[in-house]
Write a protein that binds this ligand. Sequence first.
Ligand SMILES: Cc1cc2nc3c(=O)[nH]c(=O)nc-3n(C[C@H](O)[C@H](O)[C@H](O)COP(=O)(O)O)c2cc1C
Length: 236
Amino acid sequence: MSSRETTERALAVHRLLNSQRPVPAQPLPDGRRIPLPDVHPPKADLVATLARRRSTYSRMDRDLELAALSGLLRFSVGVQRFVPAFGVEEYPLSMAPSAGGLDILRAYVLVRRAELVEPGVYRYEALSHELIELTCADPVPALQHVYLQHEFVTNAAVSVALTARLDVAFDKYPLRHYRTLHVDSGVAVQNLYLVATALGLSCCAVAGFDDAALGMLLGLGDAEIPTMLFAVGHSD
Ligand SMILES: Cc1cc2nc3c(=O)[nH]c(=O)nc-3n(C[C@H](O)[C@H](O)[C@H](O)COP(=O)(O)O)c2cc1C
């Protein structure tokens, strides 16, 4: 079976599970590139961080500091190392391991309030450690249709959205990998939780979202599906 046929089958399962038949969104053109600053890794002890980690349900009503946003992305879903693989000498592997080392996950950053980053929708480019602006409209009105628990719309200073690329997944693996790419997402979520905690941030993983509304907000084509949201910021 071709990877396109497998992707179609996975989408059929996905739509059945969500009771939705979303129309593929218009892709959002790449806008400004916003370099993220180099930051030192947090020094927190791993077991202490695991023990301190919590989900936060209170308002994160301060701008997310740029260094904190940079550190969160760099150390949870940034590039960890390069290896010869897939026909290239320097294939990037992520801080979050993925099945087969495939570059399936993408991270998007939905900014309600952050230092030096305007409200809008951005894609994180791990290789260059940059944000790529996709829209500079305030995402809050759209997020009201995305989060099933509306408190997250105003609680989160920033929402990180994880997506999975089905075309990349099914180029290599059979349909059963539909399950594994959700595991890849879970691994990345735990990285986000631990790095956020080590940086002293408040956060919460959120599986309760409307797939079609999130896909529209991110401008996802039909071969890329949203898998998780992660609300983050500073709590007072
Ligand atoms: C994969 C995953 C999805 C979650 N989705 C939601 C969600 O949609 N809404 C919510 O309020 N909390 C969500 N949470 C947070 C959990 O409810 C929380 O982790 C759990 O109650 C344990 O609390 P703790 O994280 O403070 O230890 C999610 C957590 C995980 C790991």
